[in-house]
Write a protein that binds this ligand. Structure first.
Ligand code: PLZ
Length: 459
């Protein structure tokens, strides 16, 4: 069966590494060669660049990363939700190699090429809604968000933008302003762009069980009183918040907000940079609630690891800016476009939407049974291959960031790459590549279970 074959696949020889799909530690983590590289990094790279797990990678594919010391680690992070199709996925390797031999760059806005158009056509086809759409390509997620805001302002002739509590939209000046969390993203980096406002999010675990419609009405009331729809160009929201803690808003929250935006000539921008491309068990997370955004920002999973991002949306909005108003030297670079076309083909041909849902079932069952027996797991949440646990003090329900840090460190030491997130630093997120074999996924979750058990034994 295709889905299972995909899941069991190790990367084939089309240029991608053929790696044993196993967790194998031959040194302590990090090993001596990685530690030496960390010393060089400290001397050569800005201290502002933090590292979650300082093992230096030499190869990756399927569900593993292999480091310079010869350790093979289980990857439950996908480079932060990027390598959905797996590292060096065979179709991506072949397409990029072929493009590399043809030409590497002309600048699309100087002398164009057809792959850029093909990526735009694919995005227009795949994103929610069957209305007429246009797309524009950039390099990073933050750049896509910046441009979505530019386009919304141009179209509406208005300036204010609303983002939500716990939001993450990037590290450039405007997107730092949209991002909620101070440390480490914003501290000392101001002043931030004007006309950015924050509204309360729906956070079912922590907002007293407010239902989605009530939570949206709370946000809308605040927006109306503090900003006014006549000044508001756009509302931007992650349909499931990523860095903020994999917060899934209560049902009805997104739909109520969208309806208010439509009624008030406010552009509704979905930031699907982390949730997009099969990750949640739909091609886009908005589809879980039948939400059709005006504009949608994508990046990460779009191109199998090559830098590419996009804004896609309603043709009338997207065609508003003057010619020359949108662009950039590298946006929609030919190598990234070749990678994106091969990546999108892989999602579709290998049925990775279904595979993400299957991974969600496996993770949901395993994490659910852990949570049932462990009151420190305050909640298991997420969709498809984007799930998380929120760790709390069982007596007070307060976030337990210290426990979270210890469990992640223990998993790293045991050869499993786990990522933390959350405003309170108490969420562990699971973002496996969709190419991970089931056995490796289950082994990774078993290491998590052992790390949690060992921690409670130690206390
Ligand atoms: N919007 C929803 O998740 C990137 C950030 C990692 P860029 N998230 C990972 C880090 O520490 O910098 C992200 C996101 C959402 C926007 C972005 C920004 O995407 O490609 O990192 O600019």
């Amino acid at each position: 069966m295709t889905v299972v074959d995909t899941a069991r696949r190790t990367n084939t020889p089309l240029g991608g590494p053929t790696l044993a799909q196993e967790r194998k530690l031959v040194t302590s983590i990090p090993g001596p060669k990685s530690r030496r590289l960390s010393e060089r990094k400290a001397q050569a790279v800005s201290a502002g660049v933090g590292i979650s797990l300082p093992v230096y990678v030499v190869a990756a594919g399927g569900g593993v990363l292999v480091d310079v010391d010869g350790n093979s680690l289980i990857d439950l992070g996908s480079g932060i939700a990027v390598t959905g199709v797996g590292n060096s996925a065979p179709r991506v390797v072949a397409a990029v190699a072929a493009q590399l031999a043809q030409f590497t760059h002309t600048c699309f806005t100087v002398a164009p090429y057809d792959s850029y158009i093909a990526v735009a056509e694919a995005l227009n086809r795949l994103t929610p809604g069957d209305h007429e759409k246009r797309s524009v390509l950039f390099n990073s997620g933050a750049e896509a968000v910046e441009n979505a805001v530019k386009i919304a302002r141009h179209f509406t002739g208005k300036q204010a933008v609303v983002a939500f509590d716990h939001a993450y939209h990037g590290r450039t000046n405007l997107t730092m302003g949209l991002t909620a969390k101070n440390q480490p993203y914003k501290n000392g980096f101001g002043p931030f762009a004007p006309e950015v406002y924050r509204a309360p999010m729906s956070y079912p675990l922590r907002d007293g069980g407010l239902d989605g419609v009530a939570a949206a009405n709370r946000a809308i009331s605040q927006i109306e009183k503090q900003i006014g729809a006549s000044n508001l160009a756009a509302v931007i929201i992650e349909p499931i918040q990523g860095e903020g803690g994999f917060i899934v808003p209560a049902p009805g929250f997104l739909g109520t907000l969208l309806a208010w935006c439509r009624a008030n000539q406010v552009v509704f921008i979905a930031d699907e940079i982390q949730t997009g491309f099969a990750r949640t068990g739909h091609m886009f997370a908005c589809e879980h609630e039948g939400i059709v955004p005006d504009l949608i920002c994508t990046a990460k999973g779009i191109a199998g690891g090559l830098p590419l991002s996009a804004v896609t949306g309603r043709a009338d909005i997207m065609d508003s800016p003057q010619a020359g108003g949108l662009g950039g030297t590298y946006g929609g670079n030919p190598l990234a476009c070749a990678a994106a076309l091969a990546t999108i083909d892989t999602y579709e041909s290998d049925h990775l939407v279904e595979r993400a849902a299957e991974i969600g079932t496996i993770m949901g069952e395993r994490l659910g049974s852990l949570a049932a027996a462990d009151p420190r797991i305050g909640e298991v949440r997420g969709r498809g291959a984007m799930m998380a646990i929120e760790l709390v003090d069982p007596t007070t329900g307060e976030p337990d960031a210290a426990l979270t840090g210890r469990v992640i460190a223990a998993a790293h030491a045991a050869g499993v790459i786990l990522l933390g997130c959350g405003t309170y630093g108490n969420v562990i997120r699971f973002l496996p590549p969709l190419s991970i074999p089931d056995a490796l996924l289950l082994e990774g979750l078993q290491v998590l279970a052992e790390a949690l058990a060992a921690d409670s034994a130690a206390v």
